[in-house]
Design a protein around this ligand. Structure first.
Ligand code: FAD
Ligand code: A2P
Length: 271
């Protein structure tokens, strides 16, 4: 028959939950961002994370947690990533190119969501390193500005180059047709710790010394008005929680909204 004469189609090897890379930007030797297609079924709240990855050499999915850096209205998904030279995933992920496929499990979760905070007047985004990723999403979500009068983004990195991704996002906000009208509500306070810059010092030190409040001409944090979202290393998170509790803020969760929420930017050595 004609059917038996037809050669069998070669097996197509597609990744489970595959999405296609649409753009890649390298910011430094150790930082890059990339965009991928968005699964039609994926709904998420700005600030949440998903599991993404590649197949390992045995053909098994090698997945890691990644904050979605794009806002929930965006038709693509954006991620901001470290490059760990011997990291199982990022030693390979750093080489992705437009057209390549990655695995993306469409199950968003996380505590850095507006719903986990009580209403207030000022919202603080407190981040170190790649911990800016969830705030790259939240700072581009109109809901953030509908809920709060002012949003203060403090981001601390070792060097100026490591701040560039965040700096460009904030600069682009003003030109954005959807959120440009809210740009005046966002105050950006970047600092470095190991290279001279216009503002320096750890986010923790600038809060506990009161420097950020005097620089911005605003009153210190007050549990009646201020809410905070934190994303950094375990050490940063531990230190900053003590500072926020000192101001009278209490940690909230999806099930019990309060004055601040925390998420790890990564699981560090020895933890
Ligand atoms: P791993 O074996 O996972 O890590 C090796 C070592 O590298 C770690 O022990 C740690 O010391 C260091 N490291 C890992 N990630 C980072 C980082 N982001 N910054 C500094 N040092 C790091 N990573 C991102 O780059 N972007 C994100 O948006 C992001 N979101 C995350 C959200 C959550 C909730 C968690 C728990 C982690 C997140 N991570 C993020 C970390 C990510 O899951 C991986 O650890 C990272 O991609 C490295 O993977 P790897 O397999 O190459 O190395
Ligand atoms: P520092 O240079 O003083 O260590 P890393 O690159 O190690 O992940 O750190 C990213 C940024 O976070 C650096 O500017 C670093 O400052 C800062 N940092 C690291 N640990 C803490 C902490 N416990 N509290 C506040 N900032 C921290």
């Amino acid at each position: 028959t004609t059917a038996s004469a037809t050669p069998a189609a070669a097996p197509v090897r597609t990744l489970p939950d595959a999405q296609t890379v649409t753009a890649v930007t390298h910011w430094t030797d150790s930082l890059f961002s990339f965009r991928v297609t968005r699964p039609k079924s994926l709904r998420f709240r700005s600030g949440e994370f998903v599991m993404i990855g590649l197949l390992d050499y045995k053909g098994k999915p090698l997945l890691r947690a990644y904050s979605i850096a794009s806002p929930s209205w965006d038709e693509e998904l954006e991620f901001y990533s470290i490059k760990v030279p011997d990291g199982p995933l990022t030693s390979r992920l750093q080489h992705i190119q437009p057209g390549d496929e990655i695995i993306l499990r469409p199950k968003p979760v996380g505590t850095l969501v507006l719903d986990a905070l009580l209403p207030g007047k000022r919202l603080w985004f407190l981040a170190t390193g790649t911990g800016i990723a969830p705030f790259a999403s939240l700072m581009r979500d109109p809901e953030t500005y509908e809920r709060y009068d002012q949003v203060i983004m403090m981001h601390t990195c070792r060097t100026v180059a490591e701040l560039e991704y965040g700096r460009q996002l904030v600069a682009a906000l003003r030109e954005d047709p959807l959120i440009g009208e809210f740009a005046d509500k966002l105050v950006y306070y970047p600092t470095t710790t190991r290279e001279p810059f216009e503002r320096m010092g750890r986010v923790t030190d600038n809060l506990s010394s009161g420097k950020v409040f005097s620089d911005l001409g605003i009153p210190p944090m007050d549990p009646g008005t201020d809410r905070a979202m934190v994303c950094g290393s375990m050490a940063l998170n531990v230190d900053i929680k003590a500072i926020l509790e000192g101001f009278g803020l209490r940690e909230g969760a999806n099930s019990e909204p309060r004055e601040y929420v925390v998420e790890r930017a990564f699981v560090g050595d020895g933890i």
